[in-house]
Design a protein around this ligand. Structure first.
Ligand code: ZN
Length: 165
C-alpha cells in the first residue's frame, strides 16, 4: 500500500479537550494523586508528560507546560528546554520499551491546525512502526484502548522514573 503524506491525519484523533469549561491538561497537571489513572509519566519543574488517552498510535505521549498557555510564543525558555528534555526521555523510552522505529513529533497550534486542546499547548510524540497505519481501526474498541494504555504506561514508566535507561 502506498502511503500518502497527510500530516493532519496524525493529530486527528486526540485527547478530548475542554470538558465543562475545564481544560483537561490543567486538571491532569494539578491532581498528582491521580497520576496513574491519568497515565501521567513524568513531572518536571515546569512541564509534565502523559499518555494521550485518544491515541493515534500505541504509546502516543503528550508533553505540556503546567501553565495554561495557548501559544508557542507564550512559552518561557525554561519551558521550551524542559519540553525537549522530556522529549528525549520519551523517545528513548519508546524505542527501548516498545521498539519504536520512528516518530512524528509536533505541535498543533490553534483549532484550525487540529489542536484538540487548543488553549493549552502540548507537544505530541507519536511512535511509528513499519506497517502501523491500521492501528486505529484495530483499536476502535474502548476496552482494548484502555488495556493498551495500561500496558504502554507500565512499560514506559521505568524509563521516566530513571529506573531503566
Ligand atoms: Zn490548561
Amino acid at each position: 500500500m502506498d502511503l500518502i503524506w497527510a500530516p493532519w491525519r496524525i493529530w486527528y484523533i486526540q485527547k478530548a479537550t475542554t470538558q465543562n469549561g475545564v481544560c483537561s491538561l490543567c486538571s491532569e497537571s494539578k491532581t498528582t494523586e491521580l497520576d496513574e489513572d491519568n497515565f501521567v509519566l513524568y513531572r518536571g519543574k515546569n512541564c509534565f508528560a502523559l499518555l494521550n488517552t485518544f491515541p493515534y498510535n500505541n504509546g502516543h505521549i503528550l508533553i505540556a507546560p503546567y501553565r495554561h498557555v495557548r501559544d508557542l510564543k507564550d512559552l518561557t525558555d525554561e519551558e521550551i528546554i524542559e519540553v525537549f528534555r522530556i522529549s528525549k526521555i520519551a523517545v528513548n523510552a519508546l524505542e527501548k520499551s516498545m521498539g519504536a522505529q520512528g516518530f512524528n513529533i509536533g505541535f498543533n497550534v490553534g483549532e484550525v491546525a487540529g489542536a484538540g486542546c487548543a488553549d493549552h499547548i502540548h507537544l505530541h510524540i507519536v511512535p511509528r512502526w513499519s506497517g502501523d497505519t491500521n492501528f486505529m481501526p484495530i483499536l476502535g474498541d474502548v476496552k482494548i484502548i484502555s488495556e493498551a494504555l495500561k500496558n504502554s504506561y507500565e512499560r514506559l514508566l521505568p524509563y521516566f522514573r530513571g529506573v531503566l535507561k
